[in-house]
Ligand binder design. Structure first.
Ligand SMILES: [Zn+2]
Length: 312
């Protein structure tokens, strides 16, 4: 009997089994690894999908937030602009009101000034329109002796006119032109008595021509003076030939005084010594325009009443 090696011997079975076991282990391990890998890959895919989705959501949320911020910022800007515009409108309105209040208060102060200024002070007087016999200036002050020609007679002047006259006489004196007040305020009765004297001396015809009828006289206003120069012996007649007269013609307007009856006037006899206070503004305008007080119409003159006592 030949001893043929039997491939199906128990020894081979053992190896086969061992291979089979190893193969099974390898196959199942590989499968395990494969399935784990597959699962991991699935997980990674899922995670990646989630990340993508999160990114997409974040991006959309960010865009939406930016949009909201931009909208809110726009509305805030609009609200602010509206606020600014309405503030500007309110400020404008306030400005208008202030302007109106200021205009009204100016009008009120002008009216108050007018109501306190005696309208007679700028009246033109004539033989048909004259001062009431009961008229008297609101307040008179005595002209100091240094300024008065007479040592004994007390001359009086409207109290607000006096500072203008004093300044005029002082300034003239500074230019070596000395002059004195010869006559100032005269009451109706004094004027009346004076005229009676003139009538006695010269007869009524002459008296009428150089001494205004009582009441017509501007002296009753308390704003009018007769000026005299030294060396005339107390006589007014030649005052028109003096340097005092020339100085007054050139400068009196700056103090508010005008000559009422200048040379060649058609209204009354020439009275170079007779000066009336009409306010600096009117006197200056008359001087600049080469006009006389009595040449203006009363309505034009009245517009100066509010500035009557103003310094300029
Ligand atoms: Zn006079």
């Amino acid at each position: 009997m030949i001893n043929t090696p039997n491939t199906h011997s128990p020894k081979n079975w053992g190896m086969i089994t061992a291979f089979a076991v190893v193969a099974a282990i390898l196959i199942s391990g590989g499968y395990y690894v494969y399935s784990r890998l597959t699962s991991l890959s699935t997980n990674i895919a899922t995670l990646s999908g989630q990340i993508n989705s999160l990114e997409a959501r974040m991006s959309s949320t960010t865009a939406s937030l930016q949009n909201n911020i931009s909208q809110t910022s726009n509305s805030l800007n609009n609200a602010l602009n509206q606020q600014i515009q309405s503030s500007a409108a309110i400020a404008q309105q306030l400005g208008n009101y202030q302007q109106q209040v200021s205009t009204v208060s100016t009008t009120v102060s002008t009216l108050q000034k007018l109501s306190k200024t005696d309208s007679q002070l700028l009246e033109k007087y004539s033989k048909v329109f004259f001062l009431n016999e009961y008229y008297a200036p609101a307040q008179l002050v005595a002209v100091p002796n240094d300024y008065s020609y007479s040592d004994t007679k007390v001359l009086k002047l409207q109290n607000e006119v006096w500072p203008h006259l004093k300044q005029m006489i002082d300034d003239a004196k500074s230019s070596s032109v000395t002059m004195y007040v010869f006559s100032a305020y005269r009451s109706f009765n004094e004027q009346s008595a004076l005229k009676s004297d003139y009538k006695v001396t010269y007869g009524s015809g002459t008296a009428n021509s150089f001494s205004a009828d009582q009441g017509y006289s501007e002296h009753q206003l308390g704003t009018t003076i007769d000026m005299i120069a030294p060396g005339l012996g107390g006589i007014l007649d030649n005052f028109g030939d003096t340097k005092q007269y020339t100085w007054l013609i050139n400068n009196a307007y700056r103090y508010g005084f005008v000559i009422s009856y200048p040379k060649n006037n058609t209204f009354y006899v020439y009275e170079p010594w007779h000066w009336r206070f009409v306010g600096v503004k009117l006197a200056t305008d008359l001087h600049n325009q080469g006009k006389n007080f009595y040449d203006l119409d009363q309505r034009t003159i009245d517009t100066y009443l509010v500035n009557f006592f103003d310094a300029q």
